[in-house]
Ligand binder design. Structure first.
Ligand code: 5GP
Ligand code: MN
Length: 323
């Protein structure tokens, strides 16, 4: 029996579920959670969604987004089955949740990260998939239930997000077929795009302005980086989630192969985001610092100031550039 059928069988055999996903949720993790929630709820399962961080307001338009809980404690809730989405390690759902959200029976991991460490009792991991939403789409399709408007909204949002609006190399023919099927459910793609990308508060633009002032480029022009400091957040009234997407601005520089963004978080650590265009596997670079991700988009946390963290990452990146 293949893993898709096995997971559908496990869903059939159990009644209570919890769904979690990585910290700092993004379009793919949120879309996958909400589509899976809707699928399980339609099967009359008892299901709750727990995340460490709140979802950004630009995802509040998605059906069932209000179902996502950020628990201080879990009121003793222990589901039969825990399903962890879009997270390559269990601790990516957050320290507290990873220790306290303990299922009675089993954990299922559904993910598309090449760095997935297969921590579940059952692991549906496809590193060739564009997004976790693509995998959830296939799972629901296989079950024979109809993907309706609400699930289509969530799944399209996740696929759109993780393919950079169908621009990255993971925008396969299959991705476009799936998108077509989702659009056939009556979703309005322009409204989804606007909700996700064109509802920025002006403070976000102010943060972008400050961040762009810090851009530096290596002598060979192949690596560009920028810093977002705590001061910038304070001056613009922004928080960590407002920094999402800023890295794409430096990716657009013509000579660049690797873009790096270092963001200072509340614990004074540096959250490193990396993107590459063509050949550098940034997932491998981030893995050297205990993080992970994909070949073209990855991240890690480094317990140093942004300046020091950047120096360390750039040094390693130079080796990969020269390969
Ligand atoms: P972003 O730079 O947008 O935060 O993340 C890019 C990709 O890298 C995402 O697929 C994300 O899951 C992964 N990623 C980001 N930060 C970390 C991290 O600290 N650890 C791991 N394992 N993956 C990360
Ligand atoms: Mn993803």
């Amino acid at each position: 029996m293949n893993i898709y059928h096995k997971i559908l069988e496990l869903i059939d055999q159990h009644d209570s579920f919890a769904i979690s996903a990585h910290v700092n949720p993004d379009g793919d993790s949120i879309g996958a959670q909400l589509a899976l929630y809707s699928f399980l709820a339609d099967l009359n399962k008892y299901v709750r969604i727990f995340n460490t961080d709140p979802i950004p307001p630009n995802y509040h338009f998605l059906p069932f987004s209000e179902k996502i809980e950020q628990p201080c404690d879990l009121d003793g809730y222990s589901p039969e089955v825990l399903i962890v989405l879009d997270a390559s390690t269990l601790v990516r759902i957050g320290n507290h949740l990873s220790k306290n959200l303990v299922p009675q029976q089993l954990t299922i991991n559904i993910d598309h990260h090449a760095s997935a460490d297969r921590f579940g009792d059952y692991n549906l991991v496809e590193s060739g998939a564009s997004s976790t939403c693509e995998i959830v789409y296939k799972l629901i399709q296989l079950s024979g239930t109809k993907i309706g408007y609400k699930q289509a909204m969530a799944l399209y949002t996740g696929i759109m997000f993780d393919t950079g609006c169908f621009r990255y190399s993971n925008s396969t023919s299959q991705v476009h077929h799936i998108a077509a099927n989702l659009i056939d459910q009556g979703i309005e793609v322009d409204k989804i795009y606007r909700a996700v990308y064109e509802t920025n508060p002006v403070r976000r633009l102010r943060l972008l302005t400050k961040a762009l002032e810090t851009v530096e480029i290596s002598p060979d022009g192949k690596i560009a980086w920028l810093i977002i400091s705590k001061k910038m957040f304070d001056h613009t009234g922004t928080t960590l989630e407002d920094a999402d997407g800023i890295i794409n601005q430096i990716r657009s520089i013509d000579t660049i192969e690797v873009a790096i963004m270092a963001v200072s978080n509340a614990q004074e650590q540096s959250k490193i985001s990396m993107r590459s265009k063509d050949y550098v596997d940034v997932g491998k670079i981030c893995a050297e610092f205990g993080g992970g991700g994909h070949a073209r988009a990855a991240g890690c946390l480094i317990d140093k100031s942004c300046e020091t963290a950047l120096e360390m990452v750039i040094e390693i990146t130079e080796k990969y550039i020269d390969i």
